[in-house]
Design a protein around this ligand. Structure first.
Ligand code: FE2
Length: 301
């Protein structure tokens, strides 16, 4: 019953034309009015609640650069051993599975929590004090991992670029409630050969919407053309263990296609704010959410 209710809300409110259109006009992204408005409200609610509960904000100057640009990459790798162990574990896991039609093989905490149990001790090590401090500085409150997933992209044998990976090879913004952020780790070296993720700045992204050049799916290539000509494209390439934060609800981004026989492995944490401090281990064990679009976010802390 609840599932049916959620589906109806998704279809008639969150994905309704009027909601998406208003979101585009006002917020210059594809999140829709509801997810953007709730995200805007949460950005005030959680810091104010956290402060009352004794949270002290530590300023981190790099947060400004993330907020301004929409992404921030760190190549300063101190997690080599953990990443190597994770990559081995993930590679072992992928051998049990067949590559789906979409080209993307995925293990998500929303539906395969049991399979992820052996990954948790390693994932916990990756979320260092520095990262937690950075997230707290970004949110102005405590942070909470609500989902994480590992995925491998290959060139799908039978699909066009635009249909690959659940259409994420098209330029897009994510559409979760807008306070949320994503933290990516490269599990193996990412080069131009194995399909790096690409993004453009928030300013460039807004410009795409202002100039009415956003199309999804981008079947005529108009968005690609506009972005190639008018924006600065950043390629997320780097050594295994490199990490980057991305405001994927506001900065346009996409997956590119690995060359034949190559693949790209990423780990991503989907993170939101909270007024409550939780150990990382607890966050990981309770991270059984899917993408959160709207009203549901009001009841999560
Ligand atoms: Fe995305």
């Amino acid at each position: 019953m609840k599932k049916l209710f959620d589906l109806l809300i998704l279809k008639f409110i969150i994905r309704s034309k009027i909601n998406l259109w208003l979101g585009r006009i006002i917020f210059k992204n594809t999140g829709g009015l509801v997810s953007n408005s709730i995200g805007t409200y949460i950005k005030r609610r959680d810091p104010s609640k956290a402060k009352k509960l004794g949270f002290h904000k530590k300023e981190n100057p790099m947060v400004n650069s993330l907020k301004e640009k929409g992404f921030l990459m760190l190549n300063d790798i101190q997690n080599e051993k953990t990443i190597t162990e994770l990559a081995v574990l993930w590679d072992k896991y992928t051998h049990q599975l067949e590559l789906p039609e979409s080209g993307r093989l995925e293990l998500s905490s929303a539906d395969k929590a049991k399979d992820l149990e052996e990954f948790i001790p390693l994932l916990e090590k990756l979320i260092t004090e520095d990262i937690q401090d950075f997230l707290e500085s970004y949110f102005g409150s405590y942070s909470r991992i609500i989902n994480y997933h590992l995925y491998r992209n290959r060139k799908p044998p039978h699909l066009s670029e635009l249909d690959s990976y659940g259409a994420t090879a098209n330029w897009h913004t994510d559409g979760s409630t807008s306070e949320s952020i994503k933290l990516f780790f490269m599990l193996s070296d990412v080069t131009e050969n194995n399909g790096p993720m690409q993004a453009i700045s928030i300013e460039d992204s807004r410009n795409v919407f202002i100039k009415n050049s956003f199309f999804f799916p981008d079947s005529k290539g108009e968005t690609r053309k506009f972005i190639n000509e008018e924006a600065h494209i950043f390629n997320f390439q780097g050594k295994a263990g490199s990490l980057y934060y991305a405001l994927t609800n506001d900065a346009l981004h996409r997956a590119t296609i690995p060359k034949d026989g190559e693949h790209r492995d990423l780990l991503v944490f989907y993170i939101t704010s909270s007024s409550k401090k939780r150990p990382v281990n607890q966050q990981l064990k309770e991270a059984n959410y899917r993408e959160i679009y709207g009203l549901q976010r009001l009841f999560i802390n």
